[in-house]
Ligand binder design. Structure first.
Ligand SMILES: Nc1nc2c(ncn2[C@@H]2O[C@H](COP(=O)(O)OP(=O)(O)OP(=O)(O)O)[C@@H](O)[C@H]2O)c(=O)[nH]1
Length: 373
């Protein structure tokens, strides 16, 4: 959706879909602080759906196989998607694991051919598991094709009836080849910025300079993600999939310290409201942001004080898809605001977006470049 889809309404920009507001209001945000759960978020003992993404050949299958070799992976279900005609990855993952609960998602790259296929694959996995009498999964891992954009997959997953699973996105990053080529830039940037954790692979073959360079790339694309840098492959697999190792706190305080990104096409911005913002103004602004940026919007994450509420809302979006906001109990010293990571967007565009909002509902938007300047 581009700027042409915005229309003027009551003196301010609005996106027609009303997508965010509908989803949130339906869950009582703005009227009550209770009962909200986000599908992106962390909670112990809740089964997980892990979306394993990362560029072609960056080590997704290897990482998954390493994990499936560990005893603690026993209650894991797997869905493998491959863009090619034959599902090589599926064959590798299932090789030597006859009892592995796994479904294959053929038909090309999952993000382009979603239809009902992904939902059917999940259904199939769950039905077979139920019939086996083995009890529920602790986690389901979807290994996407290296060409998959996470946004459409996430949107499809959010349409699925998840009673109990929470979603986590993990992206592999090849330490030997971390830089995105022009042709894969938009895919790579979407994968890395969507991730809650970025896992460095091929560290056994990478020199110190390469690891440092990969670290810079990870930070540049997604300063908010946790970085898993483990040379030992078993330790790496554990760090990725075992909840004991997974960070639960969002390090928002780090966002203020984000160094200027030197990638010419990537921007990291910070939007801060001068005071607690009305719920309707917040959702309007987020919708306007999604409408303005379209697929250039890669990641939105932050904590916002909402007028009339004692707690803060966790805002968590990948592309233009937003998880249900979750209330967070925070002390007053915790920084409030929203970090926006976008491709080919500049500060004046974002500043103009807010111009028609009343002063108390208008966020001040800064770019990490201008902050560092
Ligand atoms: N030395 C080394 N090789 C690795 C590591 N991880 C992956 N590889 C190798 O890198 C190649 C690609 O790894 P895969 O796991 O197939 O990568 P992928 O991301 O699943 O690939 P696609 O599904 O084609 O996107 C294989 O030859 C792996 O053996 C690692 O940590 N160290």
């Amino acid at each position: 959706m581009g700027p042409q889809h915005l229309d003027r309404h009551q003196g301010r920009l609005r996106v027609r879909s009303g997508r965010i507001a509908r989803r949130c209001r339906g869950n009582g945000v703005g009227t009550t602080e209770g009962g909200l759960t986000g599908i992106v978020g962390a909670r112990e003992a809740v089964p997980e759906f892990v979306l394993l993404t990362g560029s072609l050949g960056s080590g997704k299958t290897t990482l998954l196989c390493d994990y499936l070799s560990l005893p603690e992976s026993a209650d894991t279900g797997v869905i493998v998607n491959e863009a090619g005609e034959i599902n090589v990855d599926g064959a590798i993952v299932s090789s030597g694991r006859r009892d592995l609960p796994m479904t294959l998602l053929g038909n090309g790259c999952v993000c382009c051919s979603l239809g009902d296929d992904l939902h059917s694959a999940i259904d199939e996995l769950l039905v077979v598991r139920r019939q086996s009498g083995a009890g529920g999964f602790h986690r389901i891992v979807l290994e996407t094709s290296g060409l998959a954009m996470p946004g459409p997959i996430l949107r499809s997953l959010m349409r699925y009836d998840w009673a109990e699973y929470r979603l986590r996105i993990v992206s592999t990053l090849d330490a030997l080849a971390p830089m995105a080529e022009e042709v894969t830039f938009s895919i790579r940037s979407a994968q890395l910025t969507a991730a809650r954790s970025i896992v460095f692979t091929k560290l056994d073959r990478a020199g110190t300079d390469q690891v440092t360079a990969a670290g810079c790339v990870a930070k540049q694309f997604n300063p908010a993600a946790s970085r898993i840098v483990e040379v030992d492959r078993t330790a790496r697999a554990r760090a990725v999939f075992d909840p004991k190792y997974i960070e639960t706190a969002m390090p928002l305080s780090q966002f203020e310290a984000i160094a200027a990104t030197d990638h010419s096409r990537l921007g990291v911005f910070f939007a801060e409201w001068p005071t607690a913002v009305a719920w309707s103004d917040l959702t309007d602004w987020l919708e306007d942001l999604a409408g303005l940026c379209g697929d250039r919007l890669l990641r939105t994450k932050g904590l916002v004080a909402v007028a009339g509420a004692s707690r803060c809302l966790l805002i968590d979006g990948v592309g233009a898809t937003f998880a249900e906001p979750r209330w967070m109990e925070l002390d007053h010293s915790t920084k409030r605001g929203i970090v926006i990571i976008a491709r080919d967007v500049d500060l004046p565009e974002l500043t103009a977006l807010s111009a028609d909002y009343p002063e108390d509902a208008r966020p001040i938007v800064k770019s990490s470049k201008s902050r560092a300047a």
